[in-house]
Design a protein around this ligand. Structure first.
Ligand SMILES: [Zn+2]
Length: 214
């Protein structure tokens, strides 16, 4: 089965996205719509994205979500983790050696709708969170669950701006959460998740996505 694998960007035989294609993906540069005030408005302490959601990145993410290529989530998650590490994000164990705000207690993710997860056989947010957590020396925990039935993509624009309904599974959420998702479009899903976490006791939410829509 591995023999039939190819890089989704250049189509050459490869076990996952190949090194040169990964290195050439368009990096995210923070822009107006994702400025500090907007990030605060979404209820986030920090927001980071690795790539701009442009064609080669979109192709990778769609292949990961709908094409059964969850190997890509491991590669993208690892790349995101290394970007966070180089940006000063650290796991809880090293928090005393670092400045305030850079430490994280646990990695969580915005859960896929049950319908989507069932169709794919996996929850892409969970796979991504596991791949991000490992290099950071952190654990990924299923802190959130969906409460609504509808999938984000099938809803109208107003509903998408509000984001899916999510609930915290536990009574007390960890203080500093790294919230991971694949794509940030309006930030609505992240905002909903951050609000739920804060209501359960989280004090700091750093959202990190593989790609953001400029
Ligand atoms: Zn390639």
């Amino acid at each position: 089965m591995l023999l039939s694998r190819h890089c989704p960007v250049c189509r050459r035989p490869a076990r996952s996205v190949c090194g040169p294609c990964l290195a050439a993906l368009p990096r995210w540069a923070p822009q107006g719509a994702w400025s500090g005030p907007r990030v605060a408005e979404l209820g986030l302490d920090r927001f980071s994205a690795l790539y701009a959601y442009e064609p080669p990145v979109a192709r990778l993410i769609l292949a990961a979500k709908n094409g059964g290529r969850h190997d890509l989530l491991a590669v993208l998650g690892q790349a995101l983790a290394h970007d966070l590490l180089s940006g000063g994000v650290t796991g809880g164990r090293t928090r005393h050696q670092n400045g305030a705000g850079s430490g994280i207690d646990v990695v969580a993710w915005v859960p896929a709708s049950r319908r989507h997860a069932r169709r794919r056989g996996y929850d892409q947010g969970r796979e991504l969170a596991l791949a991000v957590a490992r290099p950071l020396g952190l654990r990924a925990r299923p802190l959130l669950r969906r409460t609504g039935r509808e999938a984000q993509a099938g809803r109208n624009r107003v509903d998408r701006l509000v984001g899916p309904s999510v609930q915290v599974r536990c009574r007390h959420a960890p203080a500093r959460v790294l919230l991971v998702d694949d794509v940030a479009t309006t930030g609505a899903s992240l905002a909903r998740a951050a609000a739920s976490l804060r209501a359960a006791g989280t004090r700091s939410v750093h959202a990190a996505v593989v790609a953001a829509v400029p």
